[in-house]
Design a protein around this ligand. Structure first.
Ligand SMILES: CC(C)(COP(=O)(O)OP(=O)(O)OC[C@H]1O[C@@H](n2cnc3c(N)ncnc32)[C@H](O)[C@@H]1OP(=O)(O)O)[C@@H](O)C(=O)NCCC(=O)NCCS
Length: 218
């Protein structure tokens, strides 16, 4: 299980299916759960919401239900906080921060046990990312492709809720910095009211128990 990649003022919780549930689903979430078709998605939703309430409890907001926007699928947080949720198999995580401290936040989990098809790099990567990946030994190229993919999903989760701008994978260029387990990125598209073309920022990645966690906040 991952420890927090964030500073103290952000609350982060990572849990798995076998950890004892501290917070049950709230009644509004129970109702929403019944609208989810597959049992796999239901299990993900339950574990994700447990992590959400554990993370929110640091701010005494654990009794606020966190539903999902039916059109955009983004989570609907209490007004005073921003947050992000991720699931992968039997693991999930949630991160939240007060709006006075952060503008946006994104986290993403990926499992290395799920094989990644290197051909997706054509859809995920911009030219300079592709050139670098192709210069690497095959296994490292696959690992770095996964970091790039996950970093871009974290960027999307961070920026979409505050801009309603749909970023595509090729709208961000990622550079991995192994020395400090960070990635930097530059955007080639503006996010409405938030970032200009050329916006640069960085995030973190961490690898543990065959899982990858990427994270950013702005
Ligand atoms: C939305 C997306 C990022 C989710 O990632 P995923 O790896 O499929 O799934 P995860 O389990 O990690 O994350 C799921 C959570 O993402 C969150 N999410 C979904 N849509 C979201 C949105 N529009 N904005 C913010 N968060 C969103 C939800 O909290 C969801 O969990 P929940 O349904 O239990 O509430 C992904 O499905 C997607 O659409 N990606 C394409 C867009 C993209 O990444 N562009 C790259 C830009 S550089």
């Amino acid at each position: 299980m991952f420890s927090s990649p964030f500073p103290e003022f952000i609350s982060f919780f990572c849990g798995n299916m076998s950890s004892p549930p501290v917070f049950p689903l709230l009644p509004e979430e129970e109702i929403f759960l019944k609208t989810i078709g597959s049992s796999k998605r239901q299990a993900e939703f339950i574990l994700g919401r447990r992590c959400v309430h554990q993370a929110l409890s640091k701010f005494k907001l654990e009794s606020a239900p966190v539903l999902r926007n039916p059109e955009t699928r983004e989570p609907c947080w209490p007004e005073s906080v921003r947050g992000s949720i991720t699931h992968s198999g039997k693991i999930a995580a949630a991160a939240v921060g007060w709006t006075k401290d952060i503008s946006g936040i994104g986290i993403d989990l990926e499992s290395f046990s799920r094989e990644i098809d290197f051909n997706i790099s054509r859809h995920v990567c911009v030219e300079t990312e592709l050139i670098r990946l192709k210069s690497l030994p095959a296994e490292q190229a696959k690992r770095d492709l996964r970091i790039i993919f996950s970093a871009k999903e974290s960027i999307f989760k961070c920026l979409f809720p505050i801009s309603q701008t749909y970023l595509y994978f090729k709208d961000a260029k990622i550079t991995i910095n192994e020395d400090n387990a960070e990635f930097s990125f530059v955007l080639s598209k503006a996010c409405s009211g938030i970032t200009e073309v050329g916006f640069q920022h960085s995030g973190k990645f961490s690898i543990k128990d065959n899982m990858l966690l990427t994270s950013i906040f702005i």
